[in-house]
Design a protein around this ligand. Structure first.
Ligand SMILES: *[C@@H]1O[C@H](CO)[C@@H](O)[C@H](O)[C@H]1NC(C)=O
Ligand SMILES: *[C@@H]1O[C@H](CO)[C@@H](O)[C@H](O)[C@H]1NC(C)=O
Length: 505
């Protein structure tokens, strides 16, 4: 029977039961293996270094566990506000376009030509070792976990490299095929170096925030306003293809088809498009220069502010990827981001249990007699001690001194921190990158990319340029929560959406 059909209280009970059962299983296994072998200590030490055994078949599958864990943490699809772990408040005051979960009709896909079968990759020989997982494994597991939590479909689509063009180009047809063959109502194509920041935030909530209506064909995030991201023909800022929302509509198929064939229509419909077959930014350039200007209807292509669905903190651009993060470089940070996302939710559930069980958990040990006393009894004893014993004063002084010291240290640290514009929870850009070299500014799959050296130079040049700040969404202040809906709506709407210069007015 599904875990979700229970009310929250009994679900919680179930989870506790499962946790206990799992713990008992683990201890039993350990106990009996010792009994059977009667292993001498030296051999026992060696056994401890033997690789962990295969996972046992669990009572509940991870999808059920994740859903049970996250259901109480989920943000309602029509919630007006969402506060993220960093305290940023995102409002959603547009009329809710999407009110129900799309469930399996929403497909999240990783599209890649790479086999990804290395020892620490998703298709490799072993179960992933989180300490050594590569960025693509961390990213893809983020997409998969997010899908499991919300009951979306997930697919890893391995495409076949094309002879005459770079690997990026395979993504378009594969995306189009998901709308046909896999019967997805909506497909989200997300690169392995991009992640969903908030696992408890349903995608339908984001669709509402980004004004993806039921007749919007394609939605993508804007790139940083830097010279290498401007389309050659019109100078408009390109949209990034690392995160594409495609809706199953006849018009979408038309757009994707034209895009896929852009280089083939070099002599007719899209003169010059063939030059993007292999040259970076390849399909992204073709889209930015030709396709979006060809398909310029109001519902053809929507854009998302760069700061919300592109880039990462410390990217040196105005794009911090606050809702969907995209690590064009510093890909080693994807792993930490995924850990944070999981712990953010998990710790709340764990801590809640801790607090609810505090009567059994808390033991206040204030010296010999304190043990076993109820907290209020101890407080009473403490109070008496303070008034009678002179030594307490001395202790207090010592404590005060040490607090001053630590305060000084804190303020030192604070002043160090103050240099930064915003709370950067990832490592700063300057730090050595552990796993991955800094790569092309806006694309993944650098192995496939011929002009890596050139890109690095481009990127360095771009870093030196002064970056024009895009119009960034003004997020609601906490106190604005209290304001009447209409006022909030008026204040936010004009600033949420970036300019879409390719659209006819
Ligand atoms: C593509 O079109 C451009 C301009 O229309 C032309 O100069 C170029 O030779 C064409 N390339 C190919 C491969 O046909
Ligand atoms: C949302 O999209 C629709 C359709 O493109 C458009 O008419 C409307 O103005 C958009 N709303 C905002 C707030 O941009």
């Amino acid at each position: 029977m599904s875990l979700l059909s229970y009310n929250p209280a009994s679900r919680w009970l179930q989870i506790s039961v499962v946790a206990v059962v799992v713990t008992i299983l683990i201890f039993n296994t350990a106990y009996y293996s010792h009994q059977r072998n009667l292993t001498p200590p030296i051999v026992e030490a060696a056994i401890n270094q033997v690789p962990a055994p295969e996972l046992q078949k669990p009572e509940l599958n991870i999808a059920e566990i994740l859903q049970a864990l996250y259901t109480p943490l989920k943000v309602p699809i029509d919630a007006q506000y969402f506060t993220d772990p960093e305290g940023r408040i995102f409002d959603n005051t547009l009329r809710p376009i999407w009110t129900e979960s799309l469930g399996k009709k929403l497909c999240i896909v990783d599209i890649d030509t790479r086999a990804l079968d290395g020892s620490e990759q998703v298709m490799g020989p072993n179960l992933l070792d989180w300490n050594h997982v590569d960025y693509s494994g961390a990213g893809m597991m983020n997409h998969y976990v997010y899908s499991l939590i919300h009951g979306y479909s997930y697919h890893f689509i391995r495409t076949t490299p094309l002879e005459d063009r770079s690997a990026y180009w395979t993504k378009i047809e594969a995306l189009s095929n998901t709308l046909e063959e896999h019967k997805c109502h909506m497909t989200i194509s997300i690169d392995a170096d991009a992640t969903f920041m908030n696992l408890n935030l349903p995608f339908e909530w984001l669709l509402n925030r980004w004004n993806v209506t039921k007749s919007t064909s394609l939605t993508m995030a804007v790139d940083p306003n830097e010279p290498q991201n401007l389309d050659a023909a019109h100078g408009g800022i390109n949209l990034n293809c690392g995160f594409v929302i495609a809706q199953n509509l006849p018009r979408t198929k038309e757009i994707l088809d034209a895009w896929h064939h852009c280089p083939d229509l070099n002599a007719t419909r899209y003169p010059g498009c063939a030059r993007w077959k292999k040259t970076w930014p390849a399909e992204q350039a073709a889209f930015g220069e030709y396709i979006r200007y060809d398909f310029d209807g109001p519902e053809d292509i929507h854009s998302i502010p760069c700061d919300e669905a592109n880039g990462f903190p410390g990217s040196g651009s105005a794009c911090s990827g606050s809702l969907v993060r995209h690590h064009w470089s510093n890909k080693g940070l994807v792993r930490g981001m995924m850990s944070d996302a999981v712990m953010y939710g998990t710790i709340k559930r764990v801590h809640r249990n801790f607090r609810e069980g505090i009567d059994d958990i808390l033991i206040v040990d204030s010296g010999e007699d304190g043990y076993g006393m109820l907290p209020e009894q101890i407080e009473e004893v403490d109070g008496e001690e303070k008034t009678t014993e002179p030594e307490v004063e001395k202790e207090k002084e010592v404590v005060e001194e040490s607090t001053e010291e630590s305060q000084q240290e804190e303020s030192k640290e604070e002043s160090k921190e103050e240099g930064k514009d915003e709370p950067v929870h990832d490592e700063p850009k300057e730090e050595p990158v552990h796993d991955e070299p800094i790569e092309a500014p806006v694309h993944h799959e650098p192995e496939e990319e011929p002009a890596v050296e050139e890109q690095k130079e481009e990127e360095e040049a771009a870093d030196k340029l002064e970056i024009k700040q895009l119009e960034i969404v003004k997020l609601a202040e906490p106190e604005e929560k209290e304001e009447p809906k209409e006022e909030v709506k008026k204040a936010k709407e004009p600033t949420l959406f970036p300019p879409e210069p390719w659209k006819k007015a």
